[in-house]
Design a protein around this ligand. Structure first.
Ligand code: GLC
Length: 755
């Protein structure tokens, strides 16, 4: 056990579990995770049979009740339910409640539904358990920077264990919206810009939440969101129009949803936006043609918050009554908080606007899910005070959170030997995010509590570092009056570590920013710190890529920490002090300027690709075309060299594969985990093709001096795309293979698909 980890874990937490035990814990989790990936959930015949037998007993009002989802509220004294909703539950007019949690409260509500209604149909309890329930992991964008699929599945597993202990059986996650525009605040909630990585992470999170058997009391329904293409909102403005080709929809935005479906996800959530001029909650192309017919999805579709009602301002219906008809006929099974089904659906069935069969189909999905959850056998199976006390916020979970946070950190710059920091050095710990517990949780932090968080300042102090602290400024406003205090701290120390970035509310939902530079007076703070001449390290906490063009020229090192969660402080300090080696890789491009946006790695070449010697080529007059930091980028404390790609063959037929290998050597003096990335460029296609597409990656751990041969295999299925007539297939021709540590610094070779 190294001294940093020992000290950090002893801090506010009882027993210290050494790294060996953490590894044993991780190993046991990984065996469990491997098993869980073997079975994609399906609704059983018994579930359908139980649904059908209940349906036969239900009144129309009771059926509509199952299609209604209302929120619980939280006041200073704890959870509370609006009086009207209490009456609705007792009348069988509500089938699910969200934002209610703790075993005691949810048990109360469940008792009303099960013991005081005519048919005793249990409630679903949903909540946004997005990156942890009480033990909070890095925001999803940060966790995605680990490229560690097992680790990502594991944290979702832990989130489900904690949430189910607290009486929940459904989470509104994973959010899988591909996002290429950092102005959009919800980029924080997803897995970044890449479809291939995003699809793998989507499936991992679904497996984590739903486990091996959805009927187990420590698993919960996952709900993949927001279907679909919410991340393509024009200009990165939240809730804005999405106008993309069917090809882009199917090639870029839909695959992570399909991956969730193939992983057995039990529910989908419709997005607020329109796609090709039809709002998702009324879009039968998305909900029937693709989801039900093409993909064969057998779970339940719930809307986002009042998104049925919002089809009126979208202008596709004139009123809520018409919205109800459009949504239920398009395939929406449950209305989140809109009370539109509640108000109009029964009447519309009686008037013949909606068939009873349509309603029955939706109710069947809902009842079958409740059966699979085991709620008909034991409606009180989710939530127990004993499990809450034992499993929620356990030391074992905190240890995993520490490892997850460490793996999410991305070293973007490290010069003048700034990092790692020698334990003998005194450190000026400054900036608005150096000691701010609440901000480290980011957004959508469930039952996460600021008091639980260990900040970087606390973590430095826990290891006995010689620290001079001053906040210096806020993340917003114009007050520069306390920057001088940070300068005083800096002048007393050997090295400066400035914790800057965004506040949690500046990303997430309804948090688009037109200017993605550091907000408030933080640049003035950095400038004053730079003027001291001391080595200057920036640690960033933010929910989106920022324009760091100025910062990168005014500091010695930059560590991207995203919003790192409950154990973010110890994680950051372990990396800064060299107890852990940074291994994160960017899941999203960092632009030089917001004016470049959208800018992403898998772009097209255009007919006039940039040529410095030709004015009439695709470029800006005032900024380079390249990003500041490319997709897949990240440094480490080790030195890694790549050999040349070696191919098993250069030509192959559709029935063959090509093996590609490359030797990777750690010439540094610290162990590291390297994410070797494989990209492919289809040189000529029946439609224009991206300059590169991520088609594989492998994480290899290399001791100092070690060399490892990393092997990939490419076949025809890896090269398929939507051809000119929208057929999904590969076309014969030449393909450039690109291998390297990120999407920019690659070595290439060419292969030919012959038929
Ligand atoms: C919000 C979000 C969605 C969330 C839901 C319930 O508006 O768009 O992601 O799951 O409402 O909180």
């Amino acid at each position: 056990m190294d001294c940093v980890k020992q000290a950090l874990l002893v801090g506010g937490y009882k027993n210290v579990i050494n790294r060996l035990m953490i590894k044993k814990l991780l190993l046991s989790f990984s065996i469990l995770l491997l098993l869980s990936s073997l079975s994609a959930q399906q609704l059983s015949d018994r579930a359908w049979a139980r649904a059908d037998s209940l349906l036969g007993q239900m009144t129309l009002d009771e059926k509509v009740g199952q299609m209604t989802l209302f929120t619980s509220d939280w006041v200073v004294t704890g959870p509370t339910l609006r009086p009207g909703y209490r009456d609705d539950i007792l009348a069988g007019k509500v089938g699910a409640i969200f934002n209610a949690h703790t075993s005691e409260y949810n048990h109360q509500l469940q008792k009303m539904a099960v013991e005081e209604t005519r048919l005793g149909i249990p409630l679903l309890f949903g909540y946004d358990v997005v990156h942890g329930y009480r033990t909070i992991f890095p925001i999803p964008l940060g966790e995605s920077a680990s490229w560690d699929l097992q680790g990502i599945e594991q944290t979702a597993r832990i989130a489900a264990v904690e949430a189910s202990a607290a009486g929940l059986n459904w989470t509104f996650a994973p959010m899988v919206d591909i996002a290429r525009d950092p102005r959009w605040g919800r980029v924080a909630e997803g897995a970044g810009e890449d479809t291939y990585l995003g699809s793998l992470i989507s499936a991992a999170r679904v497996r984590g939440f739903q486990g091996q058997n959805i009927g187990d009391e420590n698993t919960i329904l996952a709900c993949v969101k927001h279907y679909a293409a919410y991340g393509a909102a024009q200009a990165g403005r939240d809730y804005n129009t999405v106008d993309i080709s069917d090809r882009t929809l199917r090639e870029i935005y839909l695959p992570p949803f399909k991956a969730a479906k193939d992983a057995g996800v039990y529910s989908f959530m419709t997005a607020f936006n329109d796609v090709d001029a039809v709002p998702c909650s009324g879009n039968s192309y998305l909900l029937q043609d693709i989801l039900r017919k093409e993909w064969g999805f057998q779970g339940m579709v719930v809307t986002d918050y009042t998104s049925i009602n919002e089809m009126v301002p979208h202008g596709i219906v004139a009123n809520n009554a018409e919205a109800a008809t459009l949504a239920v006929n398009a395939g929406v099974d449950m209305d989140m908080q809109g009370a539109v089904y509640y108000d109009y659906l029964a009447k519309q069935v009686k008037e013949g606007l909606v068939s009873v069969e349509t309603v029955d189909q939706s109710v069947r999905y809902i009842l079958a899910l409740k059966y699979e959850l085991g709620l008909f056998d034991d409606p009180y199976r989710y939530g127990s005070k004993e499990r809450e006390a034992e499993e929620v916020f356990s030391q074992a979970h905190l240890n995993v959170a520490l490892e997850s946070s460490i793996k999410s950190l991305v070293l973007l710059k490290n010069e003048r030997g700034a990092l790692p920091i020698s334990a003998s050095k005194s450190i000026a710990v400054v900036g608005p995010l150096a000691d701010n517990k609440a901000e480290m949780l980011g957004n959508w932090f469930g039952d996460g509590r600021a008091d639980d968080v260990i900040t970087p300042l606390m973590a430095f102090r826990a290891i006995g570092a010689d620290v001079y602290y001053a906040k210096g400024c806020e993340t917003s406003g114009e007050d520069e009056s306390r920057i001088s205090e940070a300068v005083v701290a800096a002048e007393q120390a050997d090295i400066i570590v400035a914790f800057v970035g965004e506040s949690g509310y500046m990303s997430g939902e309804a948090a688009s920013r037109s200017d993605i530079t550091l907000p408030g007076p933080q640049r003035a703070l950095i400038s004053a710190l730079e003027a001291t001449g001391k080595p200057l390290v920036l640690v960033l906490m933010n929910g989106r890529p920022l324009d760091l063009s100025w910062e990168v020229a005014h500091c010695d090192a930059i560590l991207e920490a995203w919003f790192p969660g409950t154990m973010g402080g110890p994680a950051i300090v372990e990396v800064l002090m060299g107890e852990a080696n940074p291994s994160g890789r960017l899941p999203i491009t960092f632009p030089r300027s917001v004016g470049q946006v959208p800018i992403f790695y898998n772009a097209k070449n255009t007919g006039r690709p940039f040529d410095a010697n030709n004015k009439y080529t695709s470029k800006y007059l005032d900024v380079e075309n390249t990003p500041l930091f490319p997709f897949g980028f990240g440094l480490s404390y080790a030195e890694i060299t790549y050999g040349k790609p070696v191919l098993s063959k250069t030509e192959f037929s559709a029935s063959e594969t090509v093996k590609i290998s490359i030797r990777v050597t750690n010439t540094g003096d610290v162990a590291t985990t390297e994410t070797v990335q494989l990209y492919v460029h289809d040189l000529v296609g029946s439609v224009t093709r991206p300059l590169k597409e991520l088609k594989g990656f492998q994480q290899v751990t290399l001791a100092p001096g070690a060399t490892q041969q990393v092997e990939f295999e490419i076949g025809v299925n890896d090269l398929a795309f939507y051809t000119r007539d929208m057929t999904w297939k590969a076309e014969p021709g030449d393909f450039e293979i690109q291998l390297g540590p990120n999407s920019r610094d690659v070595q290439t070779a060419t292969i030919k698909l012959t038929d």
